[in-house]
Write a new protein. Structure first.
Length: 129
């Protein structure tokens, strides 16, 4: 087990000392992949490939990373395209009603976490976001 960092010693110098000691003992000799470049992350060319992998694994779109208000705005913007695919008026009404309920719930949550701005002496105070 690794010894604890001595009090008063910076983490960097403590780590450097541990690496130097391991090198002197030969513990870092003949490691697999020594002298070879680090392989790319499974063919990935982006720094956030792990996020994409996780989203794929969970079956989510990148929109799931957005704040609720932005996701709802995007849904509203795509609504005409979405409604074009529906053939029955009842289905259209149901979809719009569900979207409206989600918007109202999101606004209610925002209202509870961020009260209405109040005027005091010429300045407006409220929730700063």
């Amino acid at each position: 087990m690794t010894e604890r960092k001595p009090a008063g010693m910076s983490y960097e110098s403590w780590i450097d000392r541990q690496i130097r000691t391991a090198q002197e003992r030969g513990e870092l000799d003949d490691l697999p992949g020594a002298g070879k470049p680090i392989p790319p992350d499974r063919g990935s060319d982006t720094a956030l490939a792990w996020v994409k992998t996780r989203l794929d694994k969970e079956g989510l779109s990148s929109d799931s990373l957005l704040p609720e208000g932005v996701r709802l705005r995007k849904e509203v913007d795509r609504l005409p395209e979405t409604l074009r695919d529906l053939r029955e008026e009842g289905s259209v009404r149901e979809l719009v009603e569900l979207l409206n309920q989600r918007i109202v719930a999101s606004l209610a949550l925002y209202s509870r976490s961020c009260p209405e701005p109040q005027s005091s002496g010429g300045s407006i105070q409220g929730c700063a976001r």
